[in-house]
Design a protein around this ligand. Sequence first.
Ligand code: ADP
Ligand code: MG
Length: 226
Amino acid sequence: MIELKNVTKIYDGNVVGVENLNLTIEDGEFVFVVGESGSGKSTFLKLLMRELKPDEGQVIIDGKDITKMRRSKIAALRRSMGIVFQDYRLLPRRTVYDNVAFALQVIETPGKKIKKSVPAALNLVGLVHKAKSYPNEISGGEQQRTAIARAIVNNPPLVIADEPTGNLDPRNSQEIMEVLEAINMRGTTVIIATHDKAIVNAMQKRVIHMENGIVVRDSGGGYDDL
Ligand code: ADP
Ligand code: MG
């Protein structure tokens, strides 16, 4: 479970990132974080990843206040999260397979486990047939699906995606959301920041709507049901 209590992050002493955020996300939830550019979505996600420390408040993940976490524990915290970015961040000189395998190699996973886990992750995102391709040989949607496979190959309990469809057309965006929904169905908590209204309206999930660093609505349904 994730709990934010009175969380405030102000940049440079005067720019509001988020202000007095209070919310709870249960294990296994699928949550959209929506709002205009600059409303605080990325700040919120970065606080969850401990990429930022708040000026005030607590960010509690599975009972631990990660704002107080020691530096030596932060790498392990991040490994418990599958993180997906708008710009994919694949290694250009590695194949789809090797991009996914790399996530396991860096944490010294035994070769035998890698050989099982990578095809399973590629299967989940529908990319087994592109395993030998390089990022520049596949579409943007396929690159993002590769990035998602890399994020989930180690079975993290939480996936965080910041504008994962920001560079994609509606059809590919829809496919990416279906993949993330399938991952959620297996029990993984999924948190997605987006300003893609069509998708949010189509999926009818919990929507946390932000404006100027504040949550203005938190409920199930579409984007505009204020
Ligand atoms: P969103 O992801 O919804 O577009 P952000 O969380 O990135 O919003 O930004 C929220 C506010 O904080 C914006 O006013 C933005 O300009 C500001 N901001 C974000 N990152 C920084 C930073 N590193 N330094 C200063 N201001 C920032
Ligand atoms: Mg952002």
